[in-house]
Design a protein around this ligand. Structure first.
Ligand code: LLP
Length: 423
């Protein structure tokens, strides 16, 4: 049996892309990007008018956003920079929600002045933020549409760095604060409370915590409406659905949709239908992207065998930061020669021992210097979390569509990096 390989993404040879672009680079499959989005769209259709707001932070390239916006996606953002991306990608303001605990006043202004009536919702996370937003909206003569982020105190059973729905996390408002915020909202003339939002964490591999969070959210709706004296228009259920990196068995999109429908669908027993928003990131972009890297050196040290590659933690930080697991496969098929596997660490050139892409993997003993490797499921929180650490220019990004490919971000140059410092 030969070891797995990935010679092509859709109809495009990764080896040829590597020749043309050099390595490392990120490549995305348009088909793999759209498949989960369309499945989610179909699955949520019984809700009537659902809105899928792509979590821009997971993969924020303009061309990726354009592909999704053209399919009717909304955008969930967390900064003024992401707002600029969403707008440039053609997302109408009424499909934009703005999340995050630390929105600056400048960011609030930009979002208030986007489109005719500002964005669809500011997902507000504290009373302090609520007051600041009220002032900014007043100063701009605008009404800010507010969705209060509820912290349901649910353990999402994921990596602690990406759990957000526990009481001790910095995110959202607990029930008491939520009700206070709802009452405060009613007093501030430039705010209109339209919805409630939650997001309990990322890479969730079970529906149980989501179910619990949805139940708590439902329970709090009448109290919020009473305190604010307003009927809500929508609930925003956040993102978080996990993907399969290794042996996880994340819930299917169908099962997720069924859960959403059970809690908020036409037969959910809600006294009044509420529009449902969701904010998936990884689910859409995760499996769509690969990072292609070339082996620079093979090295043995003691019992360890290293493949030293030209991509490192600055290009893909998930293994270093969360111990994230990404499958690594050969780009070239290895045939019978690839049958012998040895335990290998796939590492980068960065000067840290946390600089690895994969540890202790059974990889073909034959992989020579110069071999191309593909790091799988790198579409979410891959390029978007990359950095210039070690003054390493960030890699290019390529979008593959059938048998054609297009560079959607050029490789950075050292000159790009130094230019901002030549003052
Ligand atoms: N909505 C909000 C308010 C969020 O904070 C996030 C992610 C999402 C939606 C999208 O979550 P997703 O569907 O992608 O799970 N860098 C980490 C993940 C951080 C997630 C941050 N928030 C990683 O690489 O695993």
């Amino acid at each position: 049996m030969s070891l797995p390989s990935l010679p092509r993404l859709e109809g495009v040879s990764l080896a040829i892309l590597a020749e043309e672009l050099g390595t490392p680079f990120y490549a995305y499959s348009k088909k793999a990007l759209l498949a989960p989005f369309l499945e989610l769209t179909r699955g949520l259709a019984p809700l009537g008018d659902p809105l899928i707001c792509f979590a821009v932070k997971s993969c924020s390239n303009l061309s990726i956003l354009r592909v999704l916006a053209a399919q009717g996606a909304g955008m969930d953002l967390v900064s003024g920079g992401e707002l600029a991306r969403a707008v440039e990608a053609g997302t109408p303001a009424e499909r934009i929600v703005f999340s995050g605990v630390g929105k600056s006043r400048g960011e609030m202004r930009e979002a208030l002045l986007t489109g005719k009536d500002g964005i669809l919702a500011f997902n507000v996370e504290s009373i302090e933020e609520l007051r600041a937003l009220g002032e900014e909206a007043g100063a701009q003569g605008r009404i800010a549409r507010v969705s209060l982020r509820f912290n349901p105190d649910v353990d999402p059973k994921t990596h602690p760095y990406i759990a957000t729905g526990l009481h001790d996390n910095k995110f959202g408002l607990d029930r008491r604060a939520l009700l206070e915020a709802a009452a405060e909202c009613a007093k501030l003339p430039h705010l209109r409370l339209n919805g409630l939002s939650i997001h309990i964490g990322s890479q969730l591999t079970s529906l149980a915590p989501l179910s619990q969070a949805f139940r708590s959210l439902r329970a709090v709706i009448p109290e919020v409406e009473e305190r604010s004296g307003r009927k809500l228009d929508h609930v925003d259920l956040g993102g978080g659905l996990g993907i399969r990196y290794r042996k996880e068995k994340p819930p299917s999109i169908a099962a997720y949709c069924a859960l959403v429908l059970r809690h908020f669908g036409p037969r959910s027993g809600l006294p009044r239908p509420l529009r449902v928003l969701v904010e998936p990131g990884r689910l859409i972009s995760g499996a769509a992207g690969v990072l292609v890297t070339r082996v620079v050196y093979r090295k043995k040290q003691g019992k360890r065998r290293f493949l030293i590659c030209d991509a490192g933690m600055n290009d893909l930080v998930r293994p270093a930061l969360y111990d994230g697991y990404h499958e690594v496969v050969s780009v070239e098929p290895l045939g019978r020669n690839g049958a012998k596997a040895v335990l290998t660490d796939v590492v980068g050139p960065v000067c840290e021992s946390s600089d690895f892409l994969a540890k202790g993997r059974r990889l073909a003993a034959e992989l020579p210097e110069g071999a191309l490797l593909a790091v799988l499921n790198a579409g979410a929180y891959g390029f978007s979390m990359s950095s210039n650490y070690n003054t390493r220019p960030r890699p290019p990004e390529v979008l593959v569509d059938g048998s054609s490919s297009r560079v959607i971000r050029r490789r950075e140059t050292v000159n790009d990096l130094l230019a901002a410092e030549r003052l």
